[in-house]
Design a protein around this ligand. Structure first.
Ligand code: FAD
Length: 389
């Protein structure tokens, strides 16, 4: 068993680490200032400029296949890279990517949606959640009714990331009520100017998702992505595309937070000694260090299973659940170690506190991950202790 990184993996990781330190971290104070004034942390022009800078060094389309101009990196490499990006809260992502399910588009749709999305000219959003259907995605009510050669979509979606900015959405609607999720849900590519509206939802995070309204939105048959009735499988594929990437990002955030806590503990004195000398503080630091290491290996193991073409769903659920839980405990401890300063807006800890809270909710809540894990174990789909085969 070899836990070391290859030369290439180390080089790519180090390049991203340097990029984060040189290009992103210096922007942190300005990001905080703007966010606190109710503005986006970085503008879309600044993001595009940063993405271009990364592209000049070949960092473009991290997981996009090489035939589409991307890097086609492995899941393990992408997890390592995501952890590096997590070291800062500057909202940066590499350019050149598109939702995995857009690659199922036909040639015409690829020209109209996939390629412009990879090129950064169009923006997508993924819309399945509804006011009455979140964890239980099969309960969606949005319908698409056939009318001549068109489909007419009616319904409401909620909590849609990027829904305010997107110029098209991948929306899931019932096309056969009798079959429902078992062959009766279809995914449609719907341009904003075909008639859907969006409304910003204010959250405790620094960016808001959107509610989308479809009121008799008429789309031609050619807007169906994939096959009629096979939308639910596509939706599950989108959600499962990289559950390991969310906790991967949290690894970097937790490492940065723990470093802040260590520095503060070593310099802050109470009762004549640095608080680092108190066992109460040491245990918080020790537990956080152990949990970050455990999380790293859970994430890398899940990513490795993806690269091997194995069924990685169980490992991904474990990594997502553990990451969400532990990242929240760690940021809470780090805030505690900073005392009153941790609670202020002078430091970014409270920002991370709010951001990391989301990890326990979206793309499958803690409870839903537990449900999956328990079901696999109880039904014998996964053997206890069977990780190594
Ligand atoms: C910021 C943000 C961004 C999002 N982005 C998107 C997006 O881009 N596209 C999209 O389609 N959706 C998106 N979502 C929706 C997200 O996936 C759902 O919020 C999530 O799946 C939970 O659904 P819900 O909010 O309806 O909660 P519910 O499903 O109503 O759950 C409420 C509570 O009950 C628990 N629960 C539910 N079922 C069970 C069960 N069987 N056993 C035990 N406990 C259970 C849940 O874990 C939760 O604690 C986003 C959400 C947020 C907050």
């Amino acid at each position: 068993m070899d836990f070391s990184l290859s030369v290439e993996e180390r080089e790519i990781r180090d390049w991203v680490r340097t990029f984060v330190q040189r290009e992103l971290m210096p922007r942190e104070q300005e990001v905080l200032r703007r966010e606190r004034a109710g503005q986006p942390g970085i503008t879309s022009d600044e993001l595009a400029e940063l993405q271009l800078k990364a592209k000049e060094s070949g960092f473009w389309g991290v997981q996009t296949p090489e035939e589409y101009g991307g890097m086609g990196l492995s899941a393990v490499m992408t997890a390592l890279l995501e952890a590096e990006l997590g070291r800062t809260f500057v909202p940066f992502r590499f350019g050149g990517s598109a939702d995995n399910i857009l690659f199922y588009a036909n040639e015409e749709q690829k020209r109209e949606y996939l390629i412009p999305t990879i090129e950064g000219k169009r923006r997508s959003c993924f819309a399945i959640t509804e006011p009455g259907a979140g964890s239980d995605a099969k309960a969606i009510r949005t319908t698409a009714r056939k009318d001549g050669s068109d489909w007419v979509i009616n319904g409401e979606k909620t909590f849609i990331t990027g829904g305010n900015e997107a110029d098209f959405c991948m929306v899931f609607a019932i096309t056969d009520p009798e079959k429902g999720a078992n062959g009766g849900v279809t995914c449609f590519l719907v341009d904003r100017d075909m008639g859907w509206r969006s409304e910003y939802i204010d959250t405790m995070g620094e960016w808001g998702p959107a509610a989308l309204v479809f009121d008799n939105v008429r789309v031609p048959e050619r807007q169906i992505l994939g096959e009629l009735g096979q939308g639910f499988a596509l939706a599950m594929q989108w959600i499962g595309r990289g559950r390991y990437l969310l906790p991967a990002h949290a690894i970097g955030s937790c490492e940065r937070l723990l470093s802040m806590a260590i520095e503060h503990a070593n310099t802050r004195e109470t009762f004549g000694a640095p608080i680092a000398e108190r066992q109460a503080i040491q245990w918080m630091i020790a537990d956080s260090g152990v949990e970050i290491e455990a999380l790293r290996w859970l994430v890398l193991h899940a990513a490795w299973q993806v690269d091997q073409g194995m069924d990685s769903r169980h490992a991904q659920s474990i990594a997502k659940l553990y990451g969400g839980q532990k990242a929240n405990e760690i940021v809470d401890r780090v805030l505690q170690i900073h005392g009153g300063m941790g609670y202020t807006r002078e430091l970014p800890i409270e920002r991370w506190y709010r951001e990391l809270r989301l990890l326990r909710i979206y793309e499958g809540t803690d409870e839903i991950q537990r449900r999956t894990i328990a079901r696999n174990l109880l039904k014998g789909h996964v053997k206890v202790g069977g990780t190594l085969g």
